[in-house]
Design a protein around this ligand. Structure first.
Ligand code: PEP
Ligand code: CO
Length: 396
């Protein structure tokens, strides 16, 4: 799967995007039936999920973030479920996000830009293409837009019709968000984000525009730590967009590579265009300091936010993947110190969190053990009490 090229990006147009087709694209599914894939893509409803005007509004809000001392609060599931009542689940996630927006605003006195991992967080990168379950080697679960989580060969086979199901779920979620906005027109809007991963799908919703193509699946796409190769298709696609974009950076990021990404993604050095999401792990967070310095030798304008989740994933004693809240807090605390010491402003945080009363992250050494309270499709999420505890450690 790694090493697959972007050659199927057949709906792209324009010289930038011609170039993109030839670039290596990591983490693309090994679709067994490419004719079926093309047919599903061709039949998707063509309407935009987000308008260019709303994306422009978010971009202006992010451009003004530093002047107003505002913060980004980005949170939601590792991967969203689509085999559920998507409307009800979306309403619960909106209530959760807006609750913690008020909470953080009250604690810090700052303007909070509320962003969900919401309405399209359906595709997952994996460290390994396969996993072994009870002695059987299976393709890894790649999110509901690709395959199903059950550990059987049939469920794990990449199935193109899932793209249509996931897109329908996104439409339902956006309808719920639109209703929320209509009902609360006096409040600040909420914004959507997801990982810009599945190129065949995302490129179907790319609209040529003046100041960069409009990606109509989400307000604010991010590039994950596994697909941020400076010469890869994901970064080339992000560079071609007018949307604000972010990139996840892990502890293995060479500072000069981060600087090259900044130059590629924000060549005109525009405020609000580019955000880096640091996910270093609590033991490696000092590696961020030279990265921040290298980036700001190339550009003035990049925001820094902390994802203190993805560098702190461990296998718990009862077999569940978990994250210790104390280590999450340790990374978040150090992140703020390091960015501040590098002369920059910590601009917010990115969490995997759910309104459900789950026990997926460990606290005070209590690791998850009850399958009924461990419901994530992939990575362990903070429950509401844990989310409040982590946010209590934002001091910047
Ligand atoms: C994620 O955000 O769920 C993810 C896979 O993150 P990363 O790319 O930082 O590992
Ligand atoms: Co995750």
């Amino acid at each position: 799967m790694t090493g697959h090229t972007g050659a199927e990006l057949n709906t792209l147009a324009g010289p930038d995007l011609d170039r993109l087709r030839a670039l290596p694209a990591r983490q693309q599914p090994d679709w067994p039936d490419r004719d079926a894939l093309r047919a599903v893509l061709a039949q998707l409803p063509g309407e935009d999920l987000v308008t260019a005007a709303s994306v422009g509004e978010l971009r202006r809000e992010l451009a003004q973030l530093d002047a107003g001392g505002g913060l980004v609060l980005q949170l939601g599931d590792c991967v969203e479920d689509i085999d559920t009542d998507v409307r009800a689940a979306t309403c619960a996630k909106i209530a959760f996000l807006t609750h913690f927006r008020s909470h953080l605003r009250t604690r810090t006195g700052r303007h909070i830009v509320a962003v969900g991992r919401l309405a399209g967080q359906y595709a997952k990168p994996r460290s390994s293409d396969h996993e072994v379950v009870d002695g059987v080697t299976l393709p890894s679960y790649r999110g509901p837009i690709v395959n199903a989580p059950q550990p059987t060969p049939q469920a794990r086979r990449p199935a193109p019709h899932r793209i249509a199901l996931a897109h329908a779920a996104a439409r339902t979620a956006y309808a719920a968000i639109a209703d929320y906005h209509r009902a609360t027109a006096h409040l600040d809007p909420i914004w959507t984000s997801h990982e810009l991963l599945l190129l065949d799908y995302e490129s179907r919703f790319l609209r040529p525009g003046g100041a960069g193509h409009h990606l109509a699946t989400t307000h604010w796409p991010w590039i994950g730590a596994r697909t941020r190769q400076p010469d890869g298709a994901h970064i080339a696609l992000a560079a071609a967009l007018g949307n604000p974009v972010s990139v996840k950076l892990g502890p293995d990021t060479p500072p000069e590579e981060a600087a090259a990404l900044a130059a590629t993604l924000n060549p005109d050095d525009q405020p609000g265009r580019l955000t880096f999401i640091a996910r270093m792990g609590h033991q490696h967070v000092e590696r961020l300091a030279p990265i921040v310095r290298a980036v700001h030798r190339r550009v003035e304008h990049a925001h820094w936010i902390s994802d203190p989740m993805h560098g702190n994933t461990v296998r718990g004693a009862h077999g569940f993947k978990t994250r210790h809240v104390e280590r999450i807090i340790a990374e978040l605390t150090e992140f703020q110190r390091i960015v501040t010491a590098a002369g920059r402003r910590p601009a917010g945080l990115h969490l995997e969190a759910t309104p459900e009363d789950v026990h997926e992250c460990a606290e005070h050494g209590h690791e998850p053990r009850d399958p009924a309270r461990y419901r994530t499709l992939l990575d362990p999420r903070l429950n509401p009490e844990q989310t409040a505890r982590v946010l209590g450690h934002w001091f910047a």
